[in-house]
Design a protein around this ligand. Structure first.
Ligand code: PRP
Length: 185
């Protein structure tokens, strides 16, 4: 993809200000819920890195972070339901309070796989925090403990979310122009 970053953006779905306000609220809520528990925030790469960076700084409690990298989409815009672990945790999570941090829950396949995979490692608790949730696309029913925003079924980019590895650095969540998909392939 070449050219200016904003060239193929159709609209802003969630503004920088709305995101920052919601992240601060989630930070307060999570800090209260996990007080004294020293939780481990597990960021699911790549998309989760921007949200984690802001969320972790919105917390007022002691906590640590670790990272997993998984792949479910490749470069396509539809989930295949196939999940591969590209990078596992550095930490042993048994007995720890684990909070999984995602950028988006779409079909739910990635999350279902991750929860199953982490649960057998016997954490003291296992919860999920996602910035974005697309309830209309859900194929696997899984409880989500903290949701930033429920969004409609649009292909979104920005604030960690990519199209063909671009646009993750946008400070807002936006929607690409319809022609941008084909033009960029
Ligand atoms: C996204 C997102 C979730 C998953 C959600 O990751 O970060 O992990 O898709 O989709 P699902 O609910 O349909 O399973 P993606 O595979 O795009 O990788 P990335 O985070 O590295 O961009």
């Amino acid at each position: 993809m070449v050219g200016p970053l904003m060239e193929n953006i159709e609209k802003v779905l969630i503004s920088e200000q709305e995101i920052q306000q919601r992240v601060a609220e989630l930070g307060r809520q999570i800090s209260a819920d996990y007080e004294g528990l020293n939780p481990l925030l597990v960021c699911v790469l790549k998309g989760g890195y921007v949200f984690l960076a802001d969320l972790t700084r919105a917390l007022t409690i002691c906590h640590s972070v670790d990272f997993m990298a998984v792949s479910s989409y490749g470069n396509a815009t539809e989930s295949s339901g196939v999940v591969r672990i590209l990078k596992d945790l550095d930490t042993d999570i048994s007995g720890k309070h684990v909070l999984l941090v995602e950028d988006i829950i779409d079909t739910g396949h990635t999350l279902a796989y991750l929860l199953e995979n982490l649960r057998v490692r016997q954490p003291a608790s296992l919860r999920v925090c996602t910035l974005l949730n697309k309830p209309s696309r859900r194929e696997v029913d899984i409880p989500i403990d903290y949701v930033g925003f429920d969004i409609p079924n649009e292909f979104v980019i920005g604030y960690g979310l990519d199209y063909a590895e671009n646009y993750r650095n946008l400070r807002f969540v936006g929607v690409l122009k319809p022609g941008a998909y084909r033009a960029s392939k």
